[in-house]
Ligand binder design. Structure first.
Ligand SMILES: [Zn+2]
Ligand SMILES: [Zn+2]
Length: 57
C-alpha cells in the first residue's frame, strides 16, 4: 500500500464581519446580524472578511 499523504484535512471558509460602528468582531455573517456590543445592524460600511480554517490531521 502506497503511503500517500493523508488528504483528510478540510478547508472551511467562513464569512465574518466587523462592526464599523464600534469595531467589534469578527462576527459571524451567519448568526450575527447585529453587533452584540452596540446593536448596530450589519451594513455596507461594515468590513467583511473571509476566514479560512483548515481542520483535520
Ligand atoms: Zn458594534
Ligand atoms: Zn455598519
Amino acid at each position: 500500500m502506497p503511503q500517500t499523504s493523508s488528504s483528510s484535512s478540510k478547508v472551511y471558509t467562513e464569512r465574518k464581519w466587523y462592526c464599523h460602528y464600534c469595531g467589534d468582531g469578527p462576527l459571524s455573517c451567519k448568526f450575527d446580524d447585529y453587533c452584540p456590543v452596540c446593536a448596530h445592524g450589519r451594513c455596507d460600511y461594515c468590513q467583511r472578511v473571509k476566514m479560512t480554517y483548515t481542520t483535520g490531521r
